[in-house]
Design a protein around this ligand. Structure first.
Ligand SMILES: [Zn+2]
Length: 162
């Protein structure tokens, strides 16, 4: 009796996520995005130019148009650069007798350079994270932020009346 109950118990498929879609390797995808490659195939480019994301992979055709990186890449860039620059800067300022102008000549360009170097790979990693976790429409069910069709029709007819 207990055995048949155990056999009948439902178990989630370990290859599928909670949406019933195939699991995607998060760290591998983010590593591919970090170097500017498609999280699906690692061959196609993820970004066109410095920061513009591609709509689909040129190599495998994966739809990458659902990315919503928004403010996350600059946020994480500032977070990382700040946690590196500030302790080093404080240590150097307290242990040397350099002038303020010299410090500004060192820290401002260094901070700017680090931000410019890190922003692109962090944006790639964020887009790849969203892809790997099926966020923002990457699950193939359309844009979850879009207004449902019925509400869209309702708002159009309401707008026509006013
Ligand atoms: Zn691809």
């Amino acid at each position: 009796m207990a055995n048949s109950r155990q056999q009948a118990a439902w178990r989630p498929d370990p290859a599928l996520n909670e949406l019933g879609l195939p699991k995607r390797a998060l760290l591998r995808s983010m590593a591919r995005g970090f170097v500017g490659r498609c999280p699906q195939c690692r061959t196609g480019a993820l970004l066109n130019g410095y920061l513009k994301p591609v709509l689909e992979c040129g190599a495998c055709g994966e739809d990458l148009s659902h990315q919503r990186a928004d403010d996350a890449p600059p946020y994480f860039t500032i977070l990382i650069v700040g946690h590196i620059i500030v302790p080093v800067m404080v240590t150097i300022v307290l242990s040397t007798q350099l002038s303020t102008a010299t410090h500004m000549a060192i820290w401002l360009p260094l901070t700017l350079a680090m931000c410019l170097v890190l922003l692109r790979p962090i944006k790639g990693a964020i887009i790849a994270l969203q892809w790997a976790l099926y966020m923002h429409g990457f699950e193939g069910r359309g844009d979850p932020d879009a207004m449902p069709e019925g509400l869209l029709q309702h708002s159009k007819t309401t707008a026509d009346r006013t």
